[in-house]
Write a protein that binds this ligand. Structure first.
Ligand SMILES: Nc1ncnc2c1ncn2[C@@H]1O[C@H](COP(=O)(O)OP(=O)(O)OP(=O)(O)O)[C@@H](O)[C@H]1O
Ligand SMILES: [Mg+2]
Length: 113
């Protein structure tokens, strides 16, 4: 199992969420965050204006998936989060040791289904 953490532009959230639901991810956690990439202190556009701030509002999406769903999930995020401009975001991937559904006690991939 893998955890995908994607930091994306807030403007891309609605379309990406819809696309992820279409490929039937089993759960999603969304957090509003602030952050910056390597253009720290450089210009970026936010809601049409040039911003020279260290951090900008971003959205973090966390999805835990079975390995077999990895490629399509990543491809969907890239397709719907990309505008082609700096600041489109990043995807961090890690391995998940265990998942437990609290209600039933199911573990592992059974807890994801
Ligand atoms: N190395 C990192 N560690 C943690 N968070 C990061 C890292 N790089 C980017 N982020 C997060 O991702 C958001 C978007 O980063 P961003 O897309 O600007 O990355 P970048 O490397 O500067 O790429 P680009 O050149 O396309 O702008 C940042 O605001 C930050 O929240
Ligand atoms: Mg950047």
């Amino acid at each position: 199992m893998k955890k995908i953490e994607a930091i994306i532009r807030p403007s891309q959230l609605e379309d990406l969420k819809e696309a992820l639901l279409k490929i039937q991810v089993n759960g999603i956690t969304i957090t509003q965050v602030m952050g910056c990439g390597k253009q720290l202190g450089w210009k970026e556009y936010y809601r049409g204006s040039e911003v020279i701030l260290n951090v900008l509002p971003k959205v973090k999406i966390e999805i835990v998936i079975d390995d077999s769903d990895y490629e399509k999930t990543i491809d969907t995020i890239i397709e719907f989060a990309r505008t082609g401009e700096v600041g489109d975001g990043k995807i961090f991937v890690s391995t998940i040791d265990e998942v437990i559904r609290i209600r039933t006690g199911e573990k592992g991939t059974d807890a994801l289904k």
